[in-house]
Unconditional design. Structure first.
Length: 492
């Protein structure tokens, strides 16, 4: 089976992308900033008819065409649009890749018969792209270099074994050579590929770089050149359009359920789970309202996700009616299948906690729910860290401090009026008077000498567990270097 390559060149990709949304029938150009000057980057057909060319300065262009309309260049948006065209081109063959910033390559070997032949395939491609208001030029040949040359300097299909005949009348620039090399070849009278092929190879390689010979061999098929296909990104999105507008809560939920089932089935096939979903409701007045749901764990069960959307859907403003629903899982994580074992009950309890975090997060924000995790430090205030509850797992094994207890509440040290080495019998804290009943301790904790913490510059601390007559159980410490007592925590 002979190899067949299609090159699709979009010479007006940047302007076509903008004019598809806001069509105009006047000269239009996309401009970009280059060397302290605004220059024309891409033009529509009306601008070309006025004599404007790519690279011209904007001031000169306006002098020739006062009615010229312009728009800023956006290379990121152009690449995103070309990526969408790459995904679309997978309908013709599975081997599609980028050729440059404005062209695609399709390896249609063995797939042209599915559309009736090579001519029928190119005709179908042009009809669909023209219907989408895109300008495209195509070339089909047995090599990548020949297809590139035909799409830019000729048109049509090169039959198998006719590469030399098809490439001979084309200019040397069709070999994908740089401008300096093309200029040097033209000065020697070598203007076409046929004239270049008539020269001895030794003379070409001696007077020019080996790149000229390499490009000529690639175009003629004497040297292989591969296409690097881009794997299509899996999209977890679905939409539904209604013949009549809807606005009731039950109707929106019914449509959402159908979309969820489709997305969850795809997630199960890919062994993935959704962490964030977005519901977009397109209203009849062309406005769109959205409802986002962020989950505390990856999920792919539609019956579990649907109730979590209840509050967000009730708050949507349907306006005069909704005629389209679109659901997208825009944050997806791997969720491999696991074998059910004796720990299923523990796993179910963890899932229930994550569902509770999700419900609370839909009201106050998922990032506002935190949990404490143990940290490697013997200093009480550094023995834990705050982490997002939605993106961390609870830690059941906290380090033990040799039988010593830590208070449930821990706060910044607050001084009291006492200087004795033993716990005071009576003291005042937070404008409240306390009497000592029982004191357990001391537990001496030294500062971390490798860290400069201003709150620990007083040296070691002797911690005591204090029980008061008033019922409060406090955690107090004494600093021997600078005699003083402080309250740092309170037990339950």
């Amino acid at each position: 089976m002979h190899r067949r390559i299609v090159s699709l060149w979009f010479p007006r990709l940047a302007s076509d992308r903008i004019l598809r949304i806001n069509p105009v029938e006047v000269p239009f150009a996309v401009i970009h900033h280059e060397k302290n000057m605004e220059r024309l980057y891409c033009l529509n057909s009306q601008a070309v008819q006025q004599g404007l060319v790519q690279g011209m300065g904007l001031s000169d262009a306006r002098a020739l065409c006062p009615d010229l309309r312009t728009g800023p260049a956006n290379l990121h948006a152009d690449h995103h649009f070309l990526s969408a065209l790459l995904r679309w081109a997978n309908r013709y063959c599975p081997w599609v890749g980028f050729d440059s910033n404005d062209s695609l390559l399709l390896d249609v070997t063995g797939s042209t018969h599915l559309l009736g032949g090579e001519e029928e395939m190119l005709e179908d491609i042009h009809q669909r792209l023209t219907h989408s208001r895109l300008h495209v030029r195509s070339g089909l040949a047995g090599t990548r270099g020949a297809a590139w040359a035909i799409s830019r300097y000729s048109k049509g299909i090169v039959p198998q074994g006719k590469l030399k005949i098809a490439l001979s009348p084309l200019p040397v620039a069709a070999l994908r050579l740089d401008d300096a090399t093309c200029t040097a070849l033209q000065r020697l009278g070598l203007r076409t590929i046929g004239e270049l092929m008539a020269m001895p190879r030794a003379t070409i390689s001696r007077r020019f770089s080996l790149d000229v010979v390499r490009r000529m061999d690639q175009a003629l098929g004497d040297q292989s050149e591969q296409i690097e296909p881009k794997a299509p990104k899996i999209s977890y999105a679905a939409r539904i359009t209604f013949p009549d507008p809807i606005g009731l809560y039950g109707d929106v939920i019914a449509g959402l359920e159908r979309l969820l089932n489709r997305i969850c089935n795809k997630l199960k096939r890919q062994e993935s789970g959704a962490r964030a979903l977005r519901l977009t409701c397109q209203r009849v007045d062309q406005a769109a309202v959205q409802a986002e749901l962020r989950l505390a764990r990856p999920m792919r069960e539609a019956e579990c996700i649907l109730p979590l959307f209840e509050r967000s859907v009730r708050e949507l403003d349907a306006g005069y009616g909704i005629d389209q629903l679109r659901l997208e899982a825009f944050d997806v994580e791997p969720l491999p299948l696991v074998q059910v074992d004796a720990n299923t009950a523990h796993q179910d309890s963890g899932d229930a906690l994550d569902d509770l975090i999700t419900r609370l997060g839909s009201r106050i924000g998922l990032d506002n729910i935190i949990r404490f995790l143990p940290a490697e430090s013997h200093v009480p205030e550094r023995a834990f860290v705050e982490a997002s509850a939605a993106y961390t797992s609870p830690e059941s094994k906290w380090p033990r401090n040799q039988g010593s207890q830590r208070p449930l509440r821990l706060f910044s040290p607050e001084p009291i009026n006492a200087t004795s080495k033993i716990p005071p019998r009576k003291f005042c804290w937070r404008r409240m008077h306390f009497s000592l009943v029982k004191a357990t301790g001391p537990e001496r904790i030294a500062p971390e000498w490798w860290l400069d913490d201003p709150s620990w510059r007083s040296g070691v601390r002797d911690y005591w567990h204090i029980e008061t007559k008033q019922g409060r159980r406090l955690w107090m410490f004494y600093t021997p270097r600078h005699p003083a007592w402080f309250v740092q925590g309170e037990f339950a």
